[in-house]
Structure formats: structure tokens, C-alpha cells
Ligand binder design. Structure first.
Ligand code: FAD
Length: 436
């Protein structure tokens, strides 16, 4: 098989599909190639899909705030209907539970004011009214359940407060978002090739010339974009650019669990995505009056690096289930705890500073949208727009490394400095976890 295109996007997860759609909107002849059988089959399928603006940097907040509008106007953005239905944005807000001495929380509030993110500060009494089934005293810093005092140590009688952002929420179906973007791209001439693994980046005359597949076939294209999620480092090595980056990427395994709501609590109605840094967890409502719970990777938990993404164990484990669910049970004392773990296990593509890399590379024509660090589902469409603008500008001669591209958000008009996401940045000190 041999074909010729303007651009090959490697990967058809939610971000790869968004890049494909945004390129098709600009008239590029683009193909997304994926070794999987269908769109959104990679780490996208396991996403907790939380849409929040809570990031430690101004650029992170601005980008995520812009993302709210894409989800709110999903059908209009796609300019198409999909026989399989459209993903739904559950706009129930996002709550960050914080202690009065939370330095990151204070910084985030400042960014909210700068960017204009609508938010409310909830004091202890307002929080208790909203979450009567929660124990809102301080338990932190996070501990592991094997600590002898894990269940019995009395919490500090110092109540948490909350920052609530009403424009936030979650998406009901992660994989469907990728299908929706695929259909929208196809309507504009975008093509998708599944079951095709890229095994080489073809180069000619010192620049990208296309990709080679495992079966020997080639797709010729002057531009190739690496959007392979947890395989990003491997594909950057194929291109020969891995050693030219200051910020690098590495796969890390994560589990997300699901438990029933306590009897008499309608968490689907009463709850919203909640970040609980006091206990080192996040949780959100899940269809069927369930609660989904993930980890914020507190320092007491060793990271589960997985250097070969093809050997990841997708089964959830009892120890990790207990770790996350027992922590949640401290916040929600009436939480029923099933004996059998239920949930998903998948890989984050973690960058050196937990912020994404949306950039060109040292190989002309080779670009990357990688290092999404468990926190870029919400930004998929913004990233698609950003990458398409970046590719157009660089292919028209912009020296992005020297004079970084500045763009404006399509909906909010917010300035986004694309250089902030450079592979050549010094890792950002304020970001060191999935919160970004
Ligand atoms: C457990 C978990 C929870 C998360 N929760 C949230 C959340 O609440 N909010 C949020 O904003 N983000 C969250 N994220 C992050 C978010 O889901 C990801 O950033 C996003 O889905 C990544 O999309 P992607 O398209 O870049 O990658 P992927 O969805 O991983 O897609 C990459 C694709 O590349 C393909 N591929 C790889 N190598 C090759 C090759 N050599 N040839 C061809 N194809 C290849 C794969 O088959 C795959 O389909 C979470 C992630 C995980 C794992």
C-alpha cells in the first residue's frame, strides 16, 4: 500500500482526532493512522473525562477555560450529526476541597481572576450544606491504608473550604468524543486508517517524508504529527528527535475505580467532579448513581512507571482499589465498599513537568502533541486548533523556537502562548502531578 497526503497524524485518540479535524477544516489532505481497530481505543477510552480549569499556571487555566466552550457547543463545533449520537457534557461544575494554607489553591484563584473564570468560594458551612454526606474535616497529609492509624486517627477539627467553578463538569462517554471528531473530519475529506502500526518515520533531504507501516506499506507526506499517547516516546525515538528535547515523556500506569453511592445519596444529582488534595484523591459521579475515584499521586504513593506500554496490565488490583476507595471512605463515611474491585487501569503519558508538549521538533515536518499527563482530555479540541495553527505557521516559515506562535482562543478570545508548551522549556516547577 502506498498513498500520498499533506499530513499523517499518528494516533486516533481524542487528541489525534481533534488534530485531524482541525487540519481538515483548514483544507489539508490528512489521514489519521492508528494500529487500533477504532477511534478512541487507546488511553482515551479509560479517561475520567473531568473538565476543569484548575491548573497551577495561567496558560493552563486559559487553555482549559477555552475548552469549556467546545464541550458546551459540541454539536455546533462539529458541524455535523453522528448516527452513533454525540457525547454529552454534564455541566455540573467542579469543586476543589482545600485547606486555608493550600498554596496551589491560592495561585489557581489568582489565575481564575486574571483569566476571568467564574468561581465561588464556599466556606465550611456552605460546603456542609452542599455535601451533607461528607466529613469535611482535615485528614491530610494523605496516608496509605496500611498505616496503623489510617482509620482511627481523629481528623484535625479544622474544616476545609471549597472553590467551585460552575462552568466545569465531565463528559459522559470518552470514546464517543473521538468517534464524533472522526466523523466530523471525514465529512471534510479527512481519512482514517485503522489496524496500521507505524514502525518508521521516513526522511528525505533532512526532513520528514512520511511513515512506514509494519506491513511495509508507506504513506508519503511532508508533515507527520505524533499523537500516540503513551507510545509518544517510542515514536519520537523512531523520528530520531527524543534526545533533542528538554522535556521528555514516559508512560505511567493508573487505576480508576467505581463504587456505589451510599444508601439514600443521589450522587449523580448532588455531586460533581471533586479534587480532594487533603486525601490525595479525585472523584466524580458516574452513571447508575456510582462514584468514580482516582488518585492525585500524593508523595507517599510510589509511581507505577511502565516503560513498555505494550506490556501494561489493564486489570485493576485489590491493593490500589483499597488505597483509593479507603481514602474516599474517610471523606464519605457511609460509602459501601464492595469486596471485588471494579474499574479501569491504563497509562498516562507523563511529561517531566506534567504539562503537555504541543510543538514542532528538531526534524523539519515532524510535530508532536504528547505528554498529556492524565490531564488533557478536556483540552483535546483546543489542542487540535493549536496544533493546526502551529503546523500552518511553521510550514509557512515561522521560526517557532525563536519567536513562539501566539494564538487566540476561538471562543474566549484568550491569548494562548504556544511557546509555553515547548519541548525546549525548562520544566515548570509549580506543576508536579496530574493536576498540572
Ligand atoms: C485513567 C485516566 C484518567 C484520565 N482522566 C482524565 C480526566 O479526568 N480529565 C482529563 O482532561 N484528562 C484525563 N486523562 C488524560 C486523557 O484521557 C488523555 O490525555 C487523552 O485521552 C490522550 O488522548 P490522545 O489522543 O493523545 O492519546 P490516546 O487516546 O492514547 O491515543 C493514542 C493512539 O495512538 C495509537 N498508536 C500508538 N502507537 C502507534 C503506532 N506506532 N502506530 C499507529 N498508532 C499508534 C494508539 O493505538 C492510540 O489509539 C486521563 C487518562 C487516563 C489514562
Amino acid at each position: 500500500m502506498a498513498m500520498t497526503k499533506d499530513v499523517v497524524v499518528i494516533g486516533a485518540g481524542v487528541i489525534g482526532c481533534a488534530v485531524g479535524y482541525e487540519l481538515a477544516r483548514r483544507g489539508f489532505r490528512c489521514v489519521n493512522v492508528d494500529r487500533a481497530p477504532t477511534a478512541g481505543y487507546g488511553s482515551t477510552s479509560s479517561s475520567s473525562t473531568i473538565v476543569r480549569a484548575h491548573y497551577s499556571t495561567r496558560d493552563g487555566v486559559a487553555m482549559a477555560y477555552e475548552g469549556f466552550s467546545y464541550w458546551r457547543h459540541w454539536a455546533e463545533y462539529l458541524e455535523t450529526t453522528d448516527a452513533g449520537g454525540l457525547a454529552r457534557f454534564v455541566n455540573c461544575g467542579f469543586l476543589s476541597l482545600e485547606s486555608h494554607d493550600d498554596a496551589i489553591g491560592r495561585r489557581v484563584r489568582q489565575h481564575y481572576l486574571t483569566v476571568g473564570v467564574e468561581h465561588e468560594i464556599l466556606d465550611a458551612r456552605q460546603l456542609a450544606d452542599r455535601l451533607p454526606f461528607c466529613d469535611l474535616r482535615r485528614f491530610g497529609p494523605p496516608k496509605r491504608p496500611e498505616a496503623p492509624d489510617f482509620f482511627n486517627e481523629p481528623p484535625v477539627d479544622d474544616r476545609l473550604e471549597g472553590i467551585f467553578t460552575p462552568g466545569a463538569g465531565y463528559i459522559n462517554d470518552a470514546q464517543l468524543t473521538a468517534y464524533n471528531l472522526q466523523r466530523a473530519a471525514e465529512r471534510l475529506g479527512g481519512q482514517f486508517l485503522f489496524g496500521h502500526e507505524v514502525t518508521d518515520i521516513v526522511k528525505e533531504g533532512g526532513r520528514t517524508a512520511g511513515v512506514r507501516f509494519a506491513d511495509g506499506g508507506v504513506c508519503w507526506a511532508p508533515v507527520v504529527v505524533n499523537v500516540t499517547g503513551p507510545h509518544s516516546a517510542a515514536v519520537n525515538r523512531l523520528a530520531g528527535v527524543a534526545d533533542t528535547m528538554r522535556v521528555t515523556t514516559r508512560p505511567m500506569r493508573h487505576e480508576v475505580h467505581v463504587v456505589p453511592s451510599p444508601a439514600g445519596v443521589d450522587f449523580e444529582q448532588a455531586g460533581c467532579p471533586t479534587m480532594d488534595s487533603d486525601l490525595g484523591i479525585y472523584f466524580r459521579p458516574q452513571a447508575g448513581n456510582m462514584i468514580m475515584v482516582g488518585s492525585l499521586d500524593p508523595p507517599c504513593d510510589p509511581p507505577d512507571w511502565c516503560d513498555d506500554p505494550d506490556r501494561v496490565d489493564h486489570q485493576v488490583t485489590e491493593p490500589q482499589f483499597q488505597l483509593q476507595v479507603f481514602r474516599l471512605a474517610r471523606r464519605i463515611p457511609a460509602l459501601p465498599i464492595p469486596r471485588t474491585p471494579l474499574g479501569v487501569a491504563d497509562l498516562y503519558d507523563v511529561s517531566s513537568d506534567w504539562l503537555p508538549i504541543y510543538d514542532r521538533s528538531d526534524l523539519p515536518g515532524f510535530y508532536m502533541a504528547v505528554g498529556t499527563s492524565g490531564n488533557q482530555f478536556k483540552n483535546a479540541a483546543v489542542a487540535g486548533h493549536l496544533m493546526a495553527e502551529l503546523i500552518s505557521a511553521c510550514e509557512n516559515g515561522l521560526d517557532h523556537d525563536g519567536e513562539p506562535l501566539q494564538i487566540r482562543g476561538r471562543f474566549t478570545g484568550q491569548a494562548i502562548d504556544v511557546g509555553f508548551f515547548s519541548r525546549l522549556r525548562d520544566p515548570v516547577a509549580s506543576s508536579s502531578s496530574v493536576m498540572g
